[in-house]
Design a protein around this ligand. Structure first.
Ligand code: X2X
Length: 334
């Protein structure tokens, strides 16, 4: 029995009693699935968003939120949203790269120096380019405002990571994505691709020694329980495209589509704010949970990627057009 956080399912969660006071079933019931904990801002804002959509459509559209990999890991959920078995799904632009390779470009190592650069790029030409690639290359579309995941940090249970040398021989998990694997190979490790759904147990059973994620995820998914060190590498920024299945969205009349679109984008803007603040404030909380936090030499990592010709390789793969759009925001990377 799957628990969702939609208002309607809460109303029926206590049993099968239907009373006159209960609202009629919605005309359009839509499923939104994701890989994060209920307590992550993504799910808090999604629950609010579902409520607002129900109210503004006068109960005609019900969005059911399935958090925490309840419907499967990312690879599985991606297959489900492609087929229309689920209607909406938030996925890292790098993992989306397993389907539409061009969307990996925003996860380029050390590309964005600040959130000002991130949002200028993603709300500007780079985001538009990526969304266009999604529409052209799949059964999916992406809503305009990408949701935040954040700058990623490395955790492990062996030693603090200060320079790329400290990574030597370490077994690290990365999400499924050619760019992620390539980047950590360039940094000197042989990474293992594992869906987020299996990361906690992979760390617990020492299938891998470490992983990398923003602090908000390390905290809300309790990875501190199975990790000793957290190294502030800021090695890439990551965001979640709010994806929809084109056909299933087109079943909605235009006025309802507009209400859903406005609310998804508005929730995304609030989620961005929450996530940035959380990622900035969590170091103390993680230390209190017993994890040792250290700073890392960002420049040493960037130089290591340059020396491994990582940027040259991906410039070639993405092509001049996409690369020039990226560097318009990030400055020269190689
Ligand atoms: O899989 C991860 O590490 C996560 C949760 O950050 C993503 O969705 C990319």
């Amino acid at each position: 029995f799957l628990k969702t956080v939609s208002a309607a399912s809460l109303a029926t969660a206590g049993g099968l009693h239907f009373t006159q006071a209960q609202a009629a079933p919605a005309e359009f019931v839509m499923k939104y699935a994701n890989n994060l904990a209920m307590t992550h801002p993504m799910n808090i804002r999604a629950a609010e968003m579902a409520k607002a959509i129900s109210e503004q459509t006068k109960g005609r559209v019900e969005i059911q939120v399935y958090p925490n990999n309840q419907l499967g890991g990312d690879t599985d959920m991606l297959a489900q949203v492609r087929s229309g078995a689920i209607d909406f799904f938030t996925l890292s632009s790098l993992t989306l790269g397993t389907l539409v390779p061009a969307t990996q470009i925003s996860g380029m190592g050390f590309a964005f120096k600040s959130y000002d650069q991130v949002w200028a790029a993603l709300d500007g030409d780079l985001g538009a380019y990526m969304r266009q690639q999604v529409v052209a290359g799949s059964t999916l579309f992406a809503f305009e405002k990408i949701w935040d995941n954040g700058y990623r940090q490395i955790t492990n249970n062996t030693r603090p990571i200060k320079t790329p040398d400290d990574l030597k021989g370490m077994k690290l998990r990365v999400p499924p994505s050619p760019l992620w694997t390539s980047m950590f190979k360039a940094l000197g490790v042989s990474p293992t691709s594992i869906n987020f759904a299996e990361v906690y147990s992979a760390l617990q059973t020492s299938i891998v020694q470490g992983q990398e994620n923003p602090l908000a995820i390390i905290y809300t998914s309790k990875l501190y329980e199975v990790q000793k060190y957290c190294s502030m590498t800021n090695h890439m920024w990551d965001g979640f495209w709010f994806l929809g299945n084109k056909k299933s969205f087109e079943r909605l009349p235009k006025d309802l589509q507009d209400i859903v679109t406005a609310n998804v984008n508005a929730a995304g803007m609030k989620q961005r704010d929450d996530v940035r603040k959380l990622n900035e404030s969590l170091i103390g909380d993680l230390k209190a949970k017993g994890i040792q936090v250290n700073e890392a030499d960002h420049e040493a990592f960037h130089v290591k990627l340059q020396q491994a010709r990582f940027y040259d390789e991906w410039h070639k793969k993405f092509g001049d057009q996409a690369w020039n759009i990226l560097e318009k925001y990030s400055g020269k990377l190689a």
